[in-house]
Design a protein around this ligand. Structure first.
Ligand code: IVH
Length: 671
């Protein structure tokens, strides 16, 4: 008999876990940490192993992920996408190894494992038929995922065609993630644009992958590491490591560099410790090590249990979380006037790194956490830095804590503050606000913009205070005298600075465009624009309609560009830059009025005369656009050898199909 109390606890746990699944998988807004989630899940599993009658097919212990949303079309997985069991520590892993050998395989000799990094991102399945990418889906509930093919096609790491020889059918699984540095840049850009920032790289990756507009996904720095297969027709690999090597040969990105074979459980534990030491120096976030039985025949023999394979386990790192208190919440003003709240924390060491500040992102986040000065909080850090407040311990309040209201004036210049109802941040309304000015200069000289080395915040602030620079063009008029007026400026440094200022005059056009800080013109948009316009004055003449005619440019971006060039002081700045000798390198590829302007091409199959990239460039040079997938909007399909489903679709839609000779004529190339 199961007592009522146990039954009730089981129901509560199921409901609670389902709610967190929904928050994590569908809303990218988890309320609890992974460690807290794992603890709930374990409690459920332990309860069910004690009272197996409690298990229903509806229990989260029997399922993967969360129910599908209606956002995307359903996409069934032919081989289910399972989840992994977790081991909390080395002991639990040793138990796993013993049970595999003794109970399931009845052998005493050591097993060989493949130890892989456990990337903290979102799972994806890519389906290739005859070497061509035909489908991409999320994991969903493990049996049916969401069709995100259009979005996946915009991810540079994901090849549209595999390198031959390839299996006839291949389902490859991997993790979509965002590098830590890109995550920080993305959050900065979101902040400046008044859009929501992401609490961590995983949420950013998940949110970016499940966008309804593939153009948004295209702007996000998503990456992939492939780690396994579903169906793989015609090829058999003997080990997991061989599978990864095969995927690499097919042109897929795998993390072989950090994958280690380990003979026996002790070696696995050693490898786990080594990888844990490397954790902070990696460019991406990992939350553990996935340990897989290396031999694929043994994998087969071991099979699966309910929601996970018996032959693999995730050995999780301890969470990098600590408790501390909020000493203050200050307000930071960015280059577009966006005001961001920052929590100043009582310094606390979170697994080796002192954390004393954490961005609170915006007032939605302040409200969501209900964070107050004086609060006890849990902080977590990803990678080497990027701390985040994950939770407020409201039960520890004494009544002395106080809230931070939305500011009515700029903390730096006292100008009035405005909050646009569609944005999550308030903004300072004074374009001359000293905080905005210095942030704009920092952006202009930054590595991704004009890349003026050694001109840091200190120097900029001195030059600004001395009245030597008022706009970006003034940087190019600085003389040695002005340099020497700066603190700690010797001959060598001054020379170096002048040289790097000089060198920045001929940076690629897209970098200058990005550096100007036009609202909504991030690195990618700047690159798109630089492909269409040779110089700033050409772009300045463009109307919003002309701009939105460019596929990647939406109305919001177009409006912001037109606004920028409508301001007389900006036109003056452009003139001054030109006079000062700033002459960026043109990057024009696409002709604005070429023979193929307005035409969309899809290139498929293997070409004999060009690589796919070369053919795409030819299209762009003639003014056309190269797209990844065939739709009603496609004008031409260039089909090479072994063209598969895209060709079939084009035929079905009655789209004109070109061979290489006709294509050459169209783009004006003599063969
Ligand atoms: S193998 C059947 N390998 O961790 C085994 N998973 O629940 C399937 N993950 O959803 C997973 N890195 O998204 C595997 N090297 C790796 C991984 C990995 C990250 C994710 C994956 C999966 C989750 C485990």
């Amino acid at each position: 008999m199961i007592d009522l109390f146990t039954q009730q606890r089981h129901t509560d746990l199921c409901l609670e876990i389902k709610r967190h699944n929904q928050l994590y998988y569908n809303q990218d807004q988890p309320e609890i940490s992974d460690a807290e989630y794992d603890a709930l899940f374990r409690e459920l599993q332990e309860l069910e192993s004690q009272f197996p009658d409690l298990i229903t097919s509806d229990s989260p212990s029997q399922k993967v992920g969360a129910p599908l949303t209606a956002k995307f079309a359903p996409s069934p997985h032919i081989v289910p996408m399972l989840s992994l069991k977790n081991a909390k520590n080395a002991e639990e892993f040793l138990d796993f190894d013993t049970s595999l050998r003794k109970t399931f395989l009845a052998r005493s000799e050591e097993l060989e494992y493949a130890c892989e990094m456990k990337l903290d991102g979102v799972a994806i399945e890519l389906t290739y038929e005859k070497g061509q990418l035909i489908k991409a889906s999320t994991r969903g509930d493990g049996f049916v995922g969401e069709d995100i093919t259009e979005n996946a096609r915009t991810i540079v790491d994901i090849p549209h065609n595999l390198k031959a020889p390839y299996p006839d059918i291949l389902d490859v699984r991997g993790e979509i993630y965002i590098d830590l540095a890109d995550f920080q840049a993305l959050n900065r850009a979101q902040e400046e644009a008044g859009d929501k920032t992401f609490a961590n790289p995983r949420n950013a990756a998940a949110g970016s992958l499940r966008q309804l507009d593939a153009r948004v996904t295209a702007q996000r720095p998503l990456r992939i590491f492939c780690y396994g297969v579903g169906r793989m027709q015609g090829i058999v690999t003997a080990t997991q490591i061989e599978t990864l090597q095969l995927l690499e040969k097919l042109g897929l990105r795998v993390n072989l560099e950090h994958t280690t074979p380990a003979l026996g459980a002790e070696v696995v534990v050693e490898t786990f410790r080594k990888l844990q030491e490397q954790r902070d120096s990696l460019p991406f976030e990992i939350d553990g090590v996935v340990v897989k039985v290396n031999d694929t025949a043994l994998q087969e023999e071991l099979g699966m249990v309910s929601r996970s394979p018996r032959w693999a386990i995730a050995l999780k790192f301890p969470p990098r979380q600590e408790q501390t208190t909020v000493e203050d919440i200050s307000l930071q003003v960015g280059r577009t006037g966006a005001i961001t709240p920052v929590a100043h924390l009582k310094p606390v060491i979170v697994s080796g790194v002192t954390v004393s500040r954490a961005s609170l992102h915006n007032w939605d986040e302040i409200e969501r956490l209900d964070i107050r000065v004086g609060d006890h909080v849990i902080v977590e850090r990803a990678g080497d830095v990027i701390p985040d407040v994950v939770k407020v311990l409201a039960e520890k309040r004494t009544g002395k804590e106080h809230q931070i209201p939305l500011p009515s004036e700029c903390p730096e210049c006292k100008a009035p503050v405005q909050k646009n109802p569609e944005e999550v941040v308030p903004r300072c309304t004074n374009p001359r606000c000293p905080a905005q000015v210095i942030e704009s200069f920092k952006h202009f000289v930054s590595r991704d913009a004009m890349d003026i080395e050694s001109l840091g915040e200190k120097q900029l602030s001195q030059l600004l205070t001395a009245g030597k620079i008022k706009d970006f063009a003034d940087l190019y008029l600085i003389d040695k005298e002005a340099m020497f007026a700066m603190e700690r400026m010797g001959d060598t440094l001054a020379e170096k600075l002048l040289r790097s200022i000089e060198a920045s005059k001929t940076r690629p056009f897209s970098r200058l465009l990005f550096g100007l800080g036009i609202r909504h013109v991030g690195r990618n948009t700047a690159k798109v624009l630089a492909k269409r316009f040779a110089a700033l004055d050409e772009l300045a003449k463009c109307s919003a309609e002309q701009l939105t005619a460019i596929h990647e440019i939406g109305a919001k971006v177009a409006e912001s560009i037109v606004d920028y060039f409508n301001k007389p002081e900006k036109m003056l700045l452009l003139e001054k830059l030109q006079h000062a000798g700033v002459k960026p390198q043109a990057e024009v590829v696409i002709q604005p009025d070429g023979p193929l302007t307005g035409k969309t091409f899809v290139i498929t199959g293997t070409l004999s005369k060009w690589s796919r990239k070369e053919a795409e460039e030819l299209v762009e040079k003639a003014g056309g656009r190269a797209a990844g997938s065939v739709s009603k909007k496609t004008d031409y399909v260039l089909a090479g050898e072994n063209a598969g489903s895209k060709l079939a679709k084009a035929e079905k839609l009655g789209i004109e199909i070109l061979d290489e000779t006709t294509f050459a004529q169209l783009v004006g190339v003599v063969l």
